[in-house]
Design a protein around this ligand. Structure first.
Ligand SMILES: Cc1cc2nc3c(=O)[nH]c(=O)nc-3n(C[C@H](O)[C@H](O)[C@H](O)COP(=O)(O)OP(=O)(O)OC[C@H]3O[C@@H](n4cnc5c(N)ncnc54)[C@H](O)[C@@H]3O)c2cc1C
Length: 553
């Protein structure tokens, strides 16, 4: 029986996993893995390890993303920023107004309508206006908050910044970004998003890996979003991650997922990197010269990726790994693969960094998912892969802390935000379509049923966004309520993506079921999030247990 204490001292979540199945003594080694050399896609197969890049000029690994002829300005872009700027816009500040906006359907300048959150929700009434704008920082004067939040957040608190701390490579508290800095990141992300969106459909049709898109994001510094400035990154945290991931997900779901995994990978490494590891891995990852991902899932453990069966054997002062990791996003394209294994011979978890060109590493299969097609979530085969001891992240046994304090919040918030972006894209396209699609002498938008559909889609997207941003801010502040909020945000946003893209299908009709609109792509892309681990089924049980004080496992 295992206890879970939200935001116990030193971490967002302290969880003791159940003991893995006994593997000592007479348990045979896994059978030899079929070694199947397979050409690695693109130019990444068999290249010698590159030395970390130092100084400009930055070399893009793919052709630059061609600028869109006429990118459609995102109508809601202004609302996806933070704090005073958003309030300023509501009062008429048009610094970020998209060209051509201003018509009757312009979303900017609308009234802020704060809806009451469900009773008992720790984000609480008054804490989160469900309109996509963020609540003021906790210390903002004159802000009415429920007592339990005011008490937790008004004064310096030993648990503040635990989530930020866990993203700091030196384990020291990082300085949270100002809203101005976060807004700058959001603007950069939306700038790239508007450029890459026009090529999303052709990438999907060709099931092509979005290398150009990754380069465009790296060019804006977004490959290093979660890497500290001293290693070339932006020093971002969960709030800025949410802002950026929504923009990328809005542009292209596949790119949103493929961009998120390297952010999670670099945050995992960065949480406990030695100076040598930071120089070798984080600096090139921040510039986009190296790509990280996460190789945690295994077929045998499925949704329970935090209970890997692969056990690294100690050998020659290092480790030898045998086994298979499944669903490895950017498999064959990435350079760094943090794998979750048991390396300490005990019951703990460990994160070891495999390099794509290590002897014994190969990739099998092809990504055949119905959505997120611009991707390569394939199987990674580890056949006697020998790595030195200095490839471990942190100390032996630190894997559990990394999984629950770094990977979980980063992945859950990032994936939730990508799904808000997918849902927003479906809403935008639906609005566009129903305004022009002729119907019995008028247009679809004049039908009351369509109007209702649009209203419900809009509310769903705004609610999901508010939940994600509230969870991100709470985690960044070390709020004890952050843990269930982070879980809820992934559940809420991924279910919103399924719901809203389905409603878009209904509103746009037969054309949406064809390739003539992008709705069917959003519908396919939006289906992935709920089954990605921790799956929504599992997360709901965790949230229910946390809310009722039951042990998590
Ligand atoms: C597009 C995509 C990209 C991915 N990328 C990566 C990646 O980069 N790295 C990585 O490590 N993994 C990745 N994954 C894997 C992912 O995180 C999950 O591990 C995987 O989707 C789990 O699927 P499964 O079918 O093996 O789960 P199964 O374990 O077979 O589960 C099937 C169903 O049973 C439910 N279920 C299982 N156990 C319970 C339980 N105890 N209670 C209630 N319900 C339960 C699950 O919720 C699920 O609905 C990716 C998956 C997808 C779809």
């Amino acid at each position: 029986m295992v206890a879970a204490e939200p935001a116990a001292a030193g971490g967002l979540l302290q969880v003791q996993l159940p003991a893995p199945r006994a593997r000592r003594g007479n348990v045979p080694r896994p059978p030899p893995v079929h070694r199947e050399p397979r050409p690695r896609p693109g130019d990444r197969r068999g290249r010698p390890a590159r030395a970390p890049r130092r100084g400009p000029p930055r070399r893009l690994r793919h052709r630059p993303c061609p600028p869109a002829a006429a990118p459609r300005p995102h109508p809601g872009r202004g609302a996806r920023r933070l704090g005073a700027g958003a309030v300023g816009r509501a009062a008429g500040d048009d610094r970020h107004q998209s060209p051509g906006a201003g018509g009757p359907d312009d979303r900017r300048g609308r009234r802020v309508i704060a809806l009451a959150a469900p009773p008992g929700w720790r984000g609480g009434p008054g804490a989160a206006p469900l309109d996509g704008r963020l609540p003021d920082p906790p210390h903002a004067a004159g802000r009415s908050r429920p007592a339990h939040r005011r008490e937790d957040l008004a004064a310096p608190h030993p648990q503040l910044h635990v989530a930020v701390q866990s993203l700091s490579p030196k384990g020291e508290p990082a300085v949270a970004l100002t809203d101005e800095a976060r807004n700058a990141i959001a603007d950069e992300a939306w700038g790239v998003a508007e450029k890459i969106k026009p090529s999303a459909a052709s990438l999907d049709a060709n099931r092509a890996y979005p290398g150009d898109h990754l380069d465009a994001l790296a060019g804006a510094g977004l490959a290093g979003l979660l890497i500290p400035p001293e290693h070339g990154g932006k020093g971002g945290e969960l709030t800025s991650l949410a802002l950026a991931c929504e923009a990328v997900g809005w542009a292209d779901g596949s790119t949103g997922l493929v961009h998120l995994l390297p952010l999670c990978g670099s945050a995992t490494i960065g949480a406990k990197a030695t100076p040598e590891q930071a120089e070798a891995w984080l600096v090139p990852a921040a510039s986009g010269d190296s790509l990280a991902t996460l190789a945690f899932s295994e077929r045998a453990t499925g949704a329970h990726f935090y209970m890997p069966e692969i056990k690294a054997e100690r050998s020659d002062g290092g480790y030898v790994l045998n086994g298979k990791k499944s669903f490895v996003t950017s498999g064959g394209h990435a350079d760094l693969y943090p794998v979750l294994v048991n390396a300490s011979g005990g019951e703990g978890l460990d994160v070891l960094v495999i390099q794509g060109n290590d002897e014994g590493v190969s990739f099998t299969g092809a990504w055949e998912g119905i959505g997120m097609t611009g991707n390569s979530s394939i199987e990674m085969v580890l056949d006697g892969v020998q790595i030195p001891a200095d490839r471990i992240v942190g100390a032996e046994g630190d894997g559990q802390e990394l999984v629950f304090n770094v990977v979980a919040p980063t992945f859950l918030i990032g994936l939730a935000a990508v799904n808000v972006g997918i849902a927003q894209a479906a809403l935008d396209d639906t609005i566009q379509h129903v305004k022009t699609r002729k119907n019995a002498g008028g247009v679809l938008a004049e039908l009351p049923t369509v109007q209702t559909e649009i209203a419900e889609m809009t509310i769903a997207v705004e609610e999901a966004r508010a939940l994600v941003m509230t969870a991100a801010r709470a985690a960044d502040a070390g709020d004890p309520a952050a843990l269930p909020l982070v879980m809820q945000s992934k559940i809420g946003a991924t279910e919103t993506a399924i719901d809203v893209t389905g409603r878009a299908m209904e509103a746009c009709g037969g054309l949406a079921y064809s390739k003539r609109l992008d709705i069917e792509r959003y519908w396919r892309d939006g289906r992935a999030g709920s089954v990605m681990a921790p799956t929504n089924e599992v997360l709901k049980q965790w949230v229910g247990k946390l809310q009722t004080g039951l042990p998590l496992f």
